[in-house]
Design a protein around this ligand. Sequence first.
Ligand code: NAI
Length: 285
Amino acid sequence: ADVAGKTAFITGGANGIGLGIARALVNAGANVVLADIQEQALAEAREYLGADDQVRTIVLDVTDREAFAKAADQTEEWFGNVHILIGNAGIGIGGLVADATYDDWDWGMGVNLGGVINGLVTFLPRIKKHGEGGQIVTTASKAALIPIPWSSIYIAAKSAVLGMSESIRGELAPDNIGVSAFCPGPVQTKISDSGKLRPEKYKENSGYREFEENLEKRPNSPLWMTKEEVGERVLKGIRQNDLYIITHREFKEGTKTRFDAILASFPDEEINEERKEAISFLTSN
Ligand code: NAI
């Protein structure tokens, strides 16, 4: 779908990938609302984007459902109907699974999966209701395609985001609402500073504080993609209603290895016609 004159709501829009997507959308003539927990970064993002008529910012914690509904109301007051939801806010959370406490799981799943769900529950009825169609973009990760160690919480959330996006695509197509799962590889962003965003209530009993402090020292590689590059890819994916938006060619073989292993694990036996029919509804979408 074309984006000119449409309105996009972008969570985690104050930095990194969300801001790169905002850049591309604004250049293409869309209105954008950047929603983020970091007020100062929102102000800087607005400065970076310019285009004052097309940009608004709002402080939002994506785990706060009431605030989400208010942010949606506010967005409609500013720009009218919302067409594009970019469920992008996320945190880098990593460490050994044996060190993870409930606080680590709750924070990681709450933001990286719960935040996407809250956006969907808030905006989907509104997008359906206005009937002008739209696009749901979720930021999963390359890590949802090739799971990596030391990342159990992150992978659990991102795999769920990917699978959920695949599942809803067929359901929403009749309403002219597209769905894209964005699976970026490494991008130059502030994700290594995520530990600084950990809420007070999840600090004391965390098993991951040391890991987070070390992560803060990890520099961005200049070889990683820029937020502007990935923003353009997402824009293209929105225009084409691509189910998967993928950035890095480098991970193609690894992804193939994973899916080959899955395929190789299927039992190699005759499929009984009756049974085939009995389960056909499970794959009809
Ligand atoms: P970033 O840290 O530069 O930007 C994330 C933004 O989300 C920040 O502005 C932060 O304040 C915001 N945020 C965090 N918790 C929030 C909350 N509870 N409510 C509202 N906003 C919140 O990081 P980046 O890399 O741009 O991350 C964006 C998304 O991209 C995340 O979902 C991340 O998991 C994903 N991703 C990033 C990759 C990378 O290499 N940078 C690779 C694959 C996926």
